[in-house]
Design a protein around this ligand. Structure first.
Ligand code: ADP
Ligand code: MG
Length: 617
């Protein structure tokens, strides 16, 4: 199959994603992207050794503390789409735990750090389990409630010193080096910031990271790829809370005192403000936001009272106005302004020799793969699917056809577990799967595509497709953060590339998925479904938006898959394609079964002709 140029919607983007002269290997932009972290480290070291006034070192120390918390918000809000106003409360837990324990139990701060992280993890797990099931505005409201209640708890417990807090907290030192203030604290804090940023970057570029990035577009597609979305939301919530808690630990031993005010709701809002201003979708946005907000705040705190001739927290008003303007004119934050101008480096293709992923045993030819038993679905008063039954044998392509609104997509959703059945059952390879979740069905070897393409537009085609192999990997968050997952990642990418080549998309591995035209987006979804090593493939209108040649190529691919023993259930409006490749057709009308048979039989059927009369066919 050739790779037609029409695969991308814009004419300006050649495959591979190198966008301009700026993006040539070796150009300034590419170097900045590739060595960005080292540039940051070099600047940080320069700051430490240059004779900068102590005032600026202190400022940078605060910026480092804020950056850690904001980094968590990048994961939580930017990556997973979960808004939290309650991060300051987790900073407070880290700070209070360490302050209290060092003061009252005489423990070393290096021990209390881990106790604080443990307490944070436990509370975040409880809060997360209770709130992350909520959708829409309930989650932000719940985090506000959480932030408020913890603030008043800290302010009302005698043992925590009420609103006066705890005084005389010890500073940090290690092997005799004073890390409690000035440059010592600077080195410690920024080392932690750089390590945390690196860990988050590594995490996002991994199997689990791709699953996390899928959360923002909703849970439906991710679940169908086998991702346990609630589990990943809780993990992200935990990571964000732990980063905040780490910042709190540093804060307590830097300030040498803790009281509730830096951990209240106002600060929770400010953390979110910093992150949104900096760029909530980017790791570097966290640091940019913390830096600019702190600098701006300092300037405004001095300037505004002078200008207005009276004292007060006027900077908050300016922040509010800035935020509104930002959301209107630069909704992805300041860093996105830089990010757009930096080219995307192509992923190094180092997986050619990676071992092929093991495959599950497949059903023998003509074995019954899918047995749909009188399935029924009611949406309120509307019966969208009413007692539909049919069977698919191994190595068969079965077409499900019918006019628009006949209930084909709903039937797909019932079979793949995206929607719960009202009644009836589905048996897949001898096991009842009616009532199972879509990720459990995916794990049994059923993969699907969606009528309305569901993908992660800012990931490459290769990464999107690799998400389909989620269940074939096992490396978790810690291996991803420490890059111990490379061998498995290579296997997953090899699989993704192989499936993309199989479907004729081999030239578009490194293209941003969002830049693809509709047709190739559908092909990408098929490749993603194939990555799951399915025995049954459910394709919902795969040829919609494809050109004639592309449709022919798709038909060839589907025939090839069938000859390899794959079973396929196909919903499609292109009758030439359907009649050309299907072994058997099931016809639906108004949610009910109309007839079934070979393509020849269906073409001759007067009932089918009547059903389609007056429609576009
Ligand atoms: P097809 O894919 O054959 O065009 P669908 O399965 O999408 O048809 O829709 C069948 C019927 O069910 C339509 O009348 C549609 O409006 C209705 N329907 C589909 N999904 C929902 C839903 N989530 N809630 C309510 N009605 C729905
Ligand atoms: Mg449909």
């Amino acid at each position: 199959m050739k790779h037609p140029r029409s695969f991308t919607s814009g004419s300006s983007l050649p495959p591979g994603g190198a966008v301009s002269a700026f993006g040539r290997p070796g150009s300034a932009g590419m170097l900045a992207r590739k060595y960005g972290l080292w540039v940051l480290v070099a600047v940080l070291i320069a700051v430490a050794v240059l004779p900068l006034p102590d005032f600026w070192i202190t400022q940078l120390n605060y910026i480092g503390l804020y950056s850690l918390t904001c980094l968590g918000l990048v994961l939580l809000t930017g990556v997973a789409g979960l808004t939290s106003f309650g991060q300051a409360a987790f900073v407070g837990i880290g700070a209070y735990a360490s302050a209290w324990l060092t003061l009252n139990a005489g423990l070393s701060p290096w021990v209390t750090l881990f106790i604080g992280l443990g307490i944070t993890a436990a509370s975040a797990w409880i809060v997360g389990s209770l709130t992350l099931r909520m959708s829409g505005h309930y989650l932000p409201l719940a985090t506000i409630a959480w932030g408020l209640s913890l603030y008043y708890l800290m302010g009302n417990v005698d043992a925590l010193g009420k609103y006066d807090g705890l005084l005389g907290v010890q500073g940090l030192s290690l092997f005799g080096y004073d890390l409690g203030q000035g440059r010592g604290f600077y080195v410690l804090t920024w080392t932690l910031v750089v390590l945390a940023a690196l860990a988050v970057l590594h995490l996002l570029d991994s199997r689990v990271g791709r699953a996390m990035r899928a959360l923002r577009t909703g849970t439906l597609m991710a679940e169908a790829m086998g991702v346990n979305t609630l589990r990943f939301k809780i993990i992200i919530f935990l990571i964000a809370a732990l980063l905040a808690s780490l910042s709190g630990w540093l804060f307590a031993h830097f300030q040498r005192t803790v009281n509730p005010s830096p951990f209240g709701l106002k600060m929770g809002i400010e953390y979110l403000f910093m992150t949104v201003v900096g760029g909530v979708g980017h790791v570097w946005g966290a640091i940019t936001g913390a830096l600019l907000t702190k600098l701006l705040e300092d300037q405004l705190q001095v300037l505004l009272p002078q200008l207005l001739g009276t004292s007060g927290s006027f900077e908050i008003i300016v922040f509010g106005i800035v935020l509104v303007l930002m959301l209107k004119h630069l909704p992805h934050g300041l860093w996105s302004f830089v990010d757009k101008r930096l080219p995307r480096p192509q992923r190094m293709q180092d997986w050619a020799d990676a071992p092929v992923l093991p495959e599950k045993p497949k059903p023998a030819k003509d074995e019954l793969v899918l047995d749909v038993q009188a399935i029924r679905k009611k949406f309120g008063g509307l019966v969208a699917v009413n007692g539909i039954s049919f069977q698919i044998k191994a190595g068969q392509i079965v077409g499900l056809i019918g006019p628009n609104g006949a209930g084909k997509s709903t039937t797909f959703n019932l079979i793949s577990g995206v929607l719960p059945l009202t009644s009836g059952d589905v048996v897949f390879r001898g096991q009842k799967i009616g009532g199972l979740r879509s990720r459990e069905i995916a794990a049994r070897g059923m993969s699907r595509t969606f009528q309305h393409v569901k993908m992660i537009p800012d990931m490459t085609v290769l990464e999107n497709v690799a998400l389909g192999a989620h269940l074939r990997g096992s490396k978790g968050v810690l291996s991803a953060m420490t890059r111990m997952n490379r061998a498995e990642e290579q296997q997953l990418f090899r699989q993704a590339q192989c499936q993309l080549e199989r479907i004729g998309m081999g030239a578009y591995l490194h293209e941003q998925a969002g830049n693809l035209a509709m047709g190739p987006q559908r092909l990408m979804e098929i490749a993603r479904a194939l990555c799951g090593d399915p025995a049954l493939l459910l394709l919902d209108e795969p040829a919609a938006g494809l050109r004639h040649k592309e449709k022919q190529a798709l038909a060839d691919v589907l025939r090839q898959l069938r000859s390899e023993g794959m079973s396929i259930l196909l919903v499609e409006h292109d009758m030439d394609l359907v009649m050309g490749i299907c072994d058997h057709l099931v016809v639906m009308e108004f949610g009910t079964f109309l007839t079934e048979g070979t393509p020849e039989f269906i073409q001759q059927s007067p009932e089918v002709r009547a059903a389609y009369l007056g429609t576009e066919h």
